[in-house]
Design a binder for this molecule. Sequence first.
Ligand code: UGA
Length: 442
Amino acid sequence: MEASKPRIGIIGTGYVGLVSGSCFANLGFQVTCLDIIPEKVERINKADPPIYEKGLKDLLEKVVLQDKLLHATLDRKEAIDNADIIFICLPTPSGADGSINLDFIKNEAIEIGKLLGEVDEYKVIVVKSTVVPGTTSGIVRQLLEEQSGKTAGQDFGLAMNPEFLMEGLAISNFTNPDRVVIGSVDQQSYDFVKRLYSEFNCPILKTSTSAAEMIKYASNSFLATKISFINEIANVCEMLDIDVGEVAEGVGLDDRISPRFLRAGVGFGGSCFPKDVKALYSVSKAVNRESNILKATLATNASQPLRSVELLASLMPLTGKTIALLGLAFKPDTDDMREAPSVIIAEKLIQEGAKVKGYDPIAKETAEIALPQIQHCHSVPEVLEGSDAVILVTEWDEFKNLQPIDLSSVSQKIIIDGRRALNWKEFREAGFIIKVLGQSVP
Ligand code: UGA
């Protein structure tokens, strides 16, 4: 290792922590990852990723086994002692009222603070978790200072460095970011963190810690709002005999808008958009500036998965029927079932008296936990066997090229394409009734 390279500690090996740690190690930094779950630590040290993320296994094999630059531990002291810059990458789940629960972050700040009090070297603590504006300079700073007896911006550094990693694309997003945002309490903390990104060819933005926190929320909320917006346009298009795909293409060609995040469908899910929009909405209310836009974004997204069930119910009674769900994960290329639209769709179908079967190419174990009430299948033919109709929920590549012949066992030849992924013309020509979200109802 080059002497000048800061050593990195990563607290929490969820997908943000583990991907960031692995990518930093791949850039030549020595990385120590801390987790409290022994099985995770063991698996990481064997280069066996505890989460599914494209490319992560190969990367871990390189940085753990070959380069020996990444090591996981259960020992917090070891992680802190062996690091100059410590990233907090812990979950910030939604509380019952939509505001975020900071318990993990607060407990960690207490533990790190105690250890900081015992060392002489200068270290920088960086919050990478998504936290509401004011958290880093407020409660995190306060707990670190109380427990260590030291002063942030003087005896130790403190910064906020949000992540913009999409699951499934996290490694390439980390390596080729649009921007890096570093919010810091002082210049020295900023300079330290910036050294980690010296090889990156993108703008590096220096902000306050609160602005960095807000940038993360505003970015996710804007993208989520873009999706709800196109979904509302899609719902109007359906009534006016217009295909929203053509509309999104025309709108997206405007440079100021961009075509990305304009795919209409069953709505957004995952561990970030729903939670972050709720949290920012909650913040807006707490400061007496209730956001009407965020409220509408959430309301539209709550009803959007149900559109697919409504469309199906308009074609056949659901009681006693067997419905096959193609795709269960909240999006392709991940096994993540958090806030997946498939859960809302399956629950509604069951409520209407239908039996539900589901198949996802990757989300199997996670889907069995999130959806114990449906029958889980291991292939497309198995899920279609004995089904009366199909709803395509997640646009996996495996489904995009399905031909009418592949769906010949669907007894009523009815398909709802919730992600606009199938070649609907071919299916219609082959005698299927196929309804596509955001398309004219023929
Ligand atoms: C999102 C952001 O895109 C990342 O920048 C951010 O770092 C991350 O959250 C986070 O906060 O950690 P992610 O949740 O992995 O990433 O997923 P996206 O690819 O953004 O998709 C979110 C949801 O929106 C999915 O359910 C997807 O199917 C849906 N979506 C996306 C649409 O319905 N239409 C679109 O056009 C795009």
